[in-house]
Ligand binder design. Structure first.
Ligand code: SF4
Length: 230
């Protein structure tokens, strides 16, 4: 994982993180820890034989890949929302408006004739400024004109998360972002709903998107926690 927060998240919300009776995730390794593990075991990836990734986690789509960049979660969600609304795939799955390193990206995305007003921010100070604006608008009796907000705590998104290799600057961020978009572009499947494992999960267990079970198991709540334990 690019994110050190995942180490905390696998043990939070007892009920949600262990709905099967055992914890869903045993252990979280950050990207940095994985790299150290690979080095310490002397693994030379270039000389390893090709093999299939384990299922179900091995199957992924371009939509999953771009979750790692600012704007990527929104772009992936819009691709699938469009399919959900129309039954057809977006002619061009690339939502350029939500891409790039601008600190706040605001605009309208046309989803089958409906203008969806979006805001994408990354970096906590930008998130704070946006949330304060929404709060003050609300206090002044003004309705927020936004339909869909994406916030990523790390500048550039998870490609620059706390568990990533040290020495991340904007040049490195841009290179990692370009790498993820290239991977998405080359993916045969670029939308979450095209992932066979996801389709099977809904068919055999969750029912349909937004079902009661899906809502209960795939959503969470946030509350303030102290920085340090007493
Ligand atoms: S943006 Fe940063 S804090 Fe948020 S999930 Fe990604 S790595 Fe973790």
């Amino acid at each position: 994982m690019p994110c050190t927060a995942k180490k905390h998240e696998i043990r939070r919300d007892g009920e949600h993180a262990s709905s099967s009776g055992v914890y869903d995730v045993d252990l979280v390794l950050t990207t940095r820890e994985l790299a150290r593990l690979i080095l310490s075991r002397g693994l030379d990836f270039a000389s390893l034989p090709e093999s299939e990734a384990d299922s179900p986690i091995g199957e992924y789509t371009g939509a999953g890949t771009i979750f790692g960049v600012t704007g990527g979660v929104m772009e992936a969600a819009i691709r699938t929302a469009y399919y959900g609304l129309t039954g057809t795939e977006l002619a061009d799955p690339e939502i350029k408006l939500v891409r790039g390193m601008d600190e706040v990206k605001l605009g309208e995305v046309d989803v089958n004739g409906r203008k969806v007003r979006v805001a994408v921010v990354h970096g906590m100070s930008n998130a704070k400024a946006l949330l304060e604006k929404i709060k003050s608008d609300k206090a002044a009796g003004k309705e927020s004109n936004l339909d869909f907000i994406e916030i990523m705590a790390c500048r550039g998104g998870c490609i620059a998360g706390g568990g990533q290799p040290y020495g991340t600057d904007d040049r490195v961020r841009e290179e990692r972002i370009a790498g993820l978009y290239t991977d998405d572009e080359k993916s045969a499947k670029r939308c979450s709903h095209q992932n066979p494992s996801i389709q099977k999960l809904y068919k055999e267990f969750l029912g349909e998107p937004l079902s009661e079970k899906a809502h209960h198991l795939l959503h969470t709540e946030y509350h303030q926690i102290p920085l340090y334990k007493d």
